[in-house]
Design a protein around this ligand. Sequence first.
Ligand SMILES: C[S@@+](CC[C@H](N)C(=O)[O-])C[C@H]1O[C@@H](n2cnc3c(N)ncnc32)[C@H](O)[C@@H]1O
Length: 288
Amino acid sequence: MPFAPAMKLAMGLIAEAEALAAYGAALANPEPGPIADQIGAVTALLAPDALSDLKPAEATMIRSYIRSFLRQAMDLLENPGRPAGWAFDDPLILENIGQGSKQLVRMIEEIAVKTPALSERMARAGKFLDVGSGVGWISIEAARSWPAFAVEGIDIFDPALALAERNLAQSGLAERVSFRKLSIADLNIRDTYAAAFFAGPFVPAAIVPDALQRLHAAIEPGGWLFFGLFRASPEPLPQALLKLRVLRSGGYPWTPPEVRTLLEAAGFVWHGDQPSDGPAYIVTARKT
Ligand SMILES: C[S@@+](CC[C@H](N)C(=O)[O-])C[C@H]1O[C@@H](n2cnc3c(N)ncnc32)[C@H](O)[C@@H]1O
């Protein structure tokens, strides 16, 4: 492509990236003034009702995703050749992806509403395992949602574990939540957890089959496994971008049918898929 159309292509994409940043800025409710007015003007062009009907926690969650994804996009731009893996030392990337992942606990609650056996189990005392606990928000939210539960988070990345301890100290839930440095590849425990969450997009593909077998052993009979995935619109570009982001995060872009096959090979019984319009997707399975 010659320079002029290449520049035109880039300028169109720059406008979209700047529009996303402006929407994130609008969600932060900026101080009134001429800049805030212009942020509002941009946002109104995106969608006239882009800011209405949003609860504060929902606005915060969308803004967290925008911040995390734009920062990962900047990392792609600055370091296109870096090896795959989850090794960000930018606390804003870690914290914002963690804040966004609170949504996964809401999704598990939605699954429970439709699944009496699950909601009945989550109402009784038990243990929840958060595999790939990051900065800790799924663990902390799980403890909030299921007051009879103790929650254990495991991760291999020291910067995330340190932030998880800080978030836990401020949560008031330290008695029921703990974090430790442990790879899922080294989990050796039997019939212990009533439910577990697996951060599917971040765990290297080569260890996932063994990890799922270890989780099958670790979960109590009748217990539940939630395999988290990212999702995107079905068009080719969002799908290609999702694969790029997951590969750079160190994971593999499994499809939901592939996850079902993996879960069944590890001994689980597939229970169902929980799609959403957001960035997350959960495949649920059960140990019989
Ligand atoms: C980005 S976090 C997901 C967000 C997280 N729910 C939060 O609240 O921050 C996924 C984590 O999986 C971890 N991970 C990758 N491989 C792992 C393994 N083999 N065992 C345990 N955790 C692993 C990464 O270190 C990363 O922190």
